[in-house]
Design a protein around this ligand. Structure first.
Ligand SMILES: [Zn+2]
Length: 107
């Protein structure tokens, strides 16, 4: 199910985290998981995984992975006014576009 919330976020958007442990961070949306209402944001919600080396005698690697966070915890950063903004929609000649509710420019 795609909720209205998820229609507001697109892959490649700059997102600002507004609640949770990563509050205040921002980054690029790497992946949008619409079915779960979650997004993976570059540099946000990083979990470290230890990966054992396949070669003997070599140290295992630590891999940093960005885990998905819930979309209700983020706002889209408007490319025009550079502020985290609520996203609205407007219809011009039957084409629906996303707009920033602050400066009204198209996102
Ligand atoms: Zn704006």
């Amino acid at each position: 199910m795609t909720t209205a919330l998820m229609r507001k976020i697109k892959k490649g958007d700059t997102l600002r985290v507004v609640s949770g442990k990563d509050k205040g961070k921002s980054g690029k949306a790497l992946e949008v998981i619409r079915d779960e209402n979650r997004v993976i944001i570059e540099g946000v919600n990083i979990h470290t995984r230890h990966q054992r080396s396949k070669k003997q005698g070599k140290k295992g690697e630590r891999v940093h992975l960005a885990m998905p966070i819930h979309a209700s915890n983020v706002l889209v950063v408007c490319p025009s006014c550079k502020k985290p903004a609520r996203v609205g929609f407007q219809k011009i000649e039957n084409v629906k576009t996303r707009i920033c509710k602050k400066c009204k420019s198209e996102i």
